[in-house]
Design a protein around this ligand. Structure first.
Ligand SMILES: NC(=O)CC[C@H](N)C(=O)O
Length: 222
């Protein structure tokens, strides 16, 4: 598996994401947001967490207009994999690769804690290492994690089995307790919780490991 991790000014989980990919044996290329092309042979693009461009305008809005995001969209259009975590999820909604928006947390406070997530579907190359219904513990750290989409979009996500994770105890007001969603072709995943921060025994939890391992299993190349 060859993963590219995009770095914006203000990204702060780029290295963590690279380490989580590397732990599966993946080759990782770091890509600066001003680059317009991706390295050859990239299987998956990781859009990391952080505070790209200081979260000005709306979280992820400026990053979504970076040169590299045109290549990210082309990669997704070709059926490539894209994983957006936290600020990365915000970037993916701002680019239109995933529906909906991440609003300010209902309590208006930044929340940094480990939360329970229910795995809603194992039918994706991200979630097939879990069983649907599994409860896993993964950290969150955000002030704009309150997922919003209109009724039709929520119904469509539910009807198409595209909700990957929900919160067991909704911390931010997200509609339908949504913590992560999949694209129509199930190859783009956006999620507010940070699986890369629960991918090593040193993190105090390893419930995120199965996501990276499942991906590597699906994307292994000779
Ligand atoms: N950890 C992060 O990626 C932070 C995401 C985002 N900037 C927020 O606070 O909502």
């Amino acid at each position: 598996m060859h993963a590219a991790v995009v770095v914006f000014p203000g990204s702060n989980c780029d290295r963590d994401l690279a380490v989580a990919f590397e732990a599966t044996g993946a080759k990782v290329s770091m890509v600066w947001h001003k680059d317009s092309a991706l390295p050859d042979g990239v299987d998956i693009i990781g859009i990391p967490g952080g505070f790209s461009f200081g979260d000005y305008l709306r979280c992820g809005a400026i990053a979504a207009n970076s040169p590299i995001c045109r290549s990210v969209a082309q990669h997704a259009d070709r059926g490539g994999y894209v994983l957006g975590i936290c600020n990365g999820f915000q970037v993916l909604t701002e680019t239109g690769l995933l529906p909906g928006a991440l609003l300010r947390n209902a309590g208006l406070k930044y929340i940094c804690q480990t939360v329970g997530l229910k795995v809603e579907t194992s039918a994706s190359d991200y979630t097939k290492g879990y069983n649907a219904g599994d409860i896993i513990n993964i950290p969150i750290a955000h002030h704009d994690g309150n997922y919003y989409a209109d009724d039709d979009t929520i119904a469509r996500l539910q009807g198409e089995d595209r909700i990957a994770f929900t919160y067991t105890d909704n911390p931010n007001g997200a509609r339908a307790d949504i913590a992560g969603i999949l694209s129509e072709n199930r190859r783009v995943l956006g999620m507010m919780p940070h699986p890369e921060r629960a991918a090593d025994v040193g993190h105090g939890g390893t419930d995120g490991q199965a996501l990276f391992r499942a991906l590597a299993g699906a994307l292994i190349t000779a």
